[in-house]
Write a protein that binds this ligand. Structure first.
Ligand code: 2AM
Length: 201
């Protein structure tokens, strides 16, 4: 190095799926999810609105309703572009979820909607995503997959003694899944779809 000169900062560039990407880009908090269309979203929201006690909880905003397939957490651009390269969705078959249960986790105060029976394609999809994320260098969450749609947090009152219980079934046709980014600002959390994969051809 020449005396008195500023040492060159190491600049890390790599070629991602979308070309040259600077690795100093801030990490993104991401997860694979099922994102309901308008009709199912509104049906889920309507059930949530009738079942929860708004004054003693923080309901999930309708636009935030989703079912997490695999939570990834914070990733850098390199891992993100690997995750965006997931291939094989066209080999999977579309399926249907029947959302027919209201359940809750008392200790964290979370109320969620779920399915009495989970069709095997959803667990296959989750397993494929787990295997794939490992190839991208991510160690996924150790906890077993629990299909749930969080509809309220900080739930108080005596609702727990009446759970789990059945709700009027909502049919949710699953033709696609997404990679979402979780963003937090002063207004709270919101999600943005980074990529959508269609199931089947
Ligand atoms: P939750 O609804 O039960 O909170 C975005 O944050 C999504 O990822 C939410 O559906 C959230 O589940 C889930 N999530 C957040 N942190 C997680 C973690 N550490 N492990 C598994 N899932 C997580």
């Amino acid at each position: 190095m020449v005396a008195g000169s500023t040492p060159a900062r190491p600049t890390n560039f790599f070629f991602g799926a979308y070309g040259l990407i600077h690795s100093k880009a801030p990490p993104k908090r991401v997860f694979f999810a099922l994102n309901p269309g308008t009709e199912v979203r509104e049906a889920l929201n309507a059930v949530a609105a009738t079942e929860i006690l708004p004054r003693t909880s923080r309901p999930t905003a309708v636009e935030n309703l989703h079912l997490t397939l695999l939570f990834i957490g914070k990733v850098n651009q390199q891992i993100l572009s690997c995750l965006l390269g997931f291939a094989g969705a066209d080999m999977m078959t579309p399926f249907e979820l029947t959302v027919d249960r209201l359940e809750g986790w008392k200790r964290p105060g979370i109320l969620w909607l779920g399915c009495r029976e989970l069709p095997s394609p959803v667990t296959e999809l989750v397993n494929n995503l787990i295997q794939f994320t490992k190839l991208c260098g991510v160690e996924p969450d150790e906890r077993p997959f629990k299909a749930h749609i969080t509809v309220a947090r900080r739930v108080g009152g005596d609702i727990w003694s009446r759970l789990p219980r059945s709700i009027e079934a909502i049919s949710w046709p699953i033709n696609e899944f997404v990679l979402m980014e979780s963003l937090t600002n002063k207004n709270g959390t919101h999600y943005e779809v980074l990529k959508t994969w269609r199931l089947g051809r």
